[in-house]
Write a protein that binds this ligand. Structure first.
Ligand SMILES: NC(=O)c1ccc[n+]([C@@H]2O[C@H](COP(=O)([O-])OP(=O)(O)OC[C@H]3O[C@@H](n4cnc5c(N)ncnc54)[C@H](O)[C@@H]3O)[C@@H](O)[C@H]2O)c1
Length: 358
C-alpha cells in the first residue's frame, strides 16, 4: 500500500487514538514526516511523549483552540483530527466551555489551517451523533447478561447488524455528540465552499493499550485496570445491573482503516462512515466483568446504581456494512485479543500506570 502524503499532522497526537495513529503511520511509512500536536490536557498523555520520540514522531506542544499553535506546524498534506474533550458526560453539571471550545472552535481552527494551506482531513467523529431518545426507544429485551434487540425487529437505520448511517438525527444527543455533529456540518461546508477533501468516521467505543481509561471515558481499560490494580466499580443506569451493551473496536483495527482511507484519497472524500467492532465484538458490562475476572484472576464486587445519567444509552452496536462494502475493511481483532492486549500492557507498565488508573 502507498499513500499520497508526505507530511501528516495528528491533532490530539499524544492521546490514546492519536498516538497510535501517528506511530502506526510513521512505522508503515518511515519516509513520512508525522507531527503530533497536543496540549497534554488528558492525564497520562505525557507518558506518550517518549514513545512518540522513539517512534520518530515530532511532538508540538500546542492547543487547537489557538490557531497560531496549529499554524506553527506549517503546511501539511493530511490532518488526522483526534484532539477532543472525548467524554459524553462533559458539560453536565459543569461548564461546557472547554468541550465546545476544543471540539468545535478547535476543529474550526484545524479547518482554517487546511483552507489556507491545503491538505486533506480525516475526522474522528462519534456514534454519539445519534440521538439519545431514539436509541433509548429501541425495543430491547434482557437476554442472560445483556440487552438485545427484540427478536425479528428492525427499523429506520437499525437492525440486528447494529446502527447504520441512516439512523435518524432528530433529538438531543449530549453536548459532546452535538460538537461532533456540528463539526461534521462545518466540514461539509468547507468541502463545498473551499474544496476541502475530507472523510468522517463515526466511531463507537475504541479500546486498547495506552488508553488512560476513566469513569467517564475509556471504560474497557478502566474495568481491566480496577480488576488488576484494585479499586471500585459500579454498574450505573438502566436498573444498575450492567446489562448495557457496546461494540468495541481495537485501536489497531482503526489504524488499519485509517491507512486504507489515507491510501484511498478522493475515493472516500465526502463519505461518512459508522465504524466499530460490530456485532461479533459486543459486550455488556456484566460480561466484561466476567472476562476481566477470568483474565486477571481477581474478582470485584461491582456496586449497583439504578439512576441513569442523562447521556447514557442502553445499547449501541456499529453497523459496519457501508464501510466494509466501500473499503473492504472489517475489524479482525476479537474481544479476547482486545482484553488480552490491555491486560498485558497494564501488567508490563504497572509502575507508571497504576497512579493514573487505579
Ligand atoms: N476512544 C473512544 O472510544 C472514542 C470513540 C469515538 C470517538 N472518539 C474520538 O476519537 C478522538 C480521540 O479520542 P481518544 O480516545 O484518543 O481521547 P484522548 O483523550 O486519549 O485523546 C485526546 C487528546 O486530545 C488532547 N487535547 C484535549 N484538548 C486539546 C486541545 N484543546 N488542544 C490540543 N489537544 C487537546 C488531549 O490531551 C488528549 O491527548 C476524539 O476526537 C474522540 O472524540 C474516541
Amino acid at each position: 500500500m502507498s499513500i499520497p502524503y508526505h507530511r501528516i499532522l495528528v491533532t490530539g497526537g499524544a492521546g490514546f487514538v492519536g498516538s497510535r495513529l501517528a506511530l502506526g503511520c510513521r512505522e508503515a511509512f518511515p519516509e513520512l514526516t508525522v507531527i503530533a500536536l497536543d496540549n497534554l490536557k488528558r492525564r497520562g498523555s505525557e507518558l506518550t511523549l517518549p514513545r512518540l520520540r522513539s517512534g520518530g514522531v515530532e511532538f508540538h506542544h500546542g492547543d487547537v483552540r489557538t490557531l497560531e499553535d496549529i499554524e506553527r506546524v506549517g503546511p501539511v498534506d493530511l490532518m488526522i483530527e483526534c484532539s477532543a474533550e472525548p467524554s459524553v458526560h462533559a458539560g453536565y453539571g459543569q461548564s461546557p466551555q472547554y468541550l465546545i471550545n476544543t471540539n468545535l472552535s478547535g476543529l474550526t481552527n484545524c479547518l482554517e489551517h487546511l483552507r489556507r494551506t491545503g491538505g486533506d482531513l480525516i475526522f474522528l467523529s462519534s456514534s454519539r451523533v445519534y440521538p439519545i431518545g431514539l436509541l433509548r426507544a429501541l425495543p430491547l429485551v434482557r437476554d442472560a447478561d445483556r440487552l438485545t434487540l427484540a427478536n425479528g425487529t428492525s427499523g429506520d437505520g437499525w437492525s440486528p447488524a447494529g446502527i447504520s448511517e441512516d439512523f435518524p438525527l432528530r433529538g438531543s444527543r449530549s453536548l459532546y455528540g452535538t460538537t461532533k455533529l456540528a463539526g461534521e456540518l462545518l466540514i461539509e461546508e468547507y468541502r463545498s465552499l473551499y474544496g476541502l477533501r475530507a472523510v468522517v468516521n463515526r466511531c463507537g467505543v475504541i479500546a486498547g493499550p495506552w488508553q488512560m481509561g476513566k469513569i467517564d471515558q475509556g471504560f474497557v481499560v478502566l474495568w481491566m485496570a480496577r480488576h488488576m490494580y484494585g479499586g471500585r466499580l459500579s454498574y450505573t443506569g438502566f436498573g444498575g445491573n450492567g446489562l448495557q451493551v457496546r461494540d468495541i473496536l481495537h485501536v489497531d483495527d482503526l489504524l488499519d482503516l485509517i491507512m486504507i482511507q489515507a491510501a484511498s484519497g478522493s475515493r472516500v472524500d465526502g463519505c461518512t462512515f459508522n465504524v466499530g467492532g460490530g456485532t461479533d465484538v459486543a459486550s455488556s458490562l456484566a460480561e466484561l466483568t466476567r472476562s476481566c475476572a477470568q483474565i486477571t484472576g481477581n474478582s470485584i464486587d461491582v456496586s449497583h446504581v439504578e439512576d441513569t445519567k442523562p447521556a447514557d444509552i442502553p445499547w449501541y452496536i456499529s453497523d459496519n456494512t457501508l464501510i466494509s462494502r466501500t473499503l473492504n475493511w472489517a475489524p479482525t481483532r476479537g474481544i479476547g485479543t482486545i482484553l488480552g492486549d490491555i491486560a498485558r500492557w497494564l501488567r508490563d507498565h504497572r509502575a507508571e500506570l497504576e497512579p493514573i488508573l487505579a
